[in-house]
Design a protein around this ligand. Structure first.
Ligand code: ZN
Ligand code: ZN
Length: 91
């Protein structure tokens, strides 16, 4: 997506990645640009129940939150997979 800038110069607009929520330049988007978790940050009981649910303030301590893909317990943990950024314009 290129638009004419103030001086008639073509400007490449930075796009927002819908996966990692950072802006990127489409001209430098490689398969190692986007770092993300392919699975969701989930809350799950530590028993055999495979039901996901959001932790509430009164939830028991045996519930845990982690990334289902790699087990990272920090929501800010760096992604365990890399790929190209995906903008909101792409399908
Ligand atoms: Zn992960
Ligand atoms: Zn990205």
């Amino acid at each position: 997506m290129a638009e004419k800038g103030e001086n008639g110069v073509k400007v490449v607009r930075e796009k927002l990645c819908r996966r990692c929520k950072t802006t990127f330049s489409p001209t430098s988007n490689t398969r190692s640009s986007c770092r993300f978790h392919p699975s969701f940050f989930v809350s799950r009981r530590h028993d055999d129940q495979r039901r996901y649910y959001e932790l509430g303030p009164d939830d028991p301590p045996y519930a845990a939150k982690f990334y289902d893909c790699c087990g990272a317990e920090d929501p800010e943990a760096l992604g365990c997979k890399t790929d190209v950024h995906v903008s909101y314009d792409d399908d």
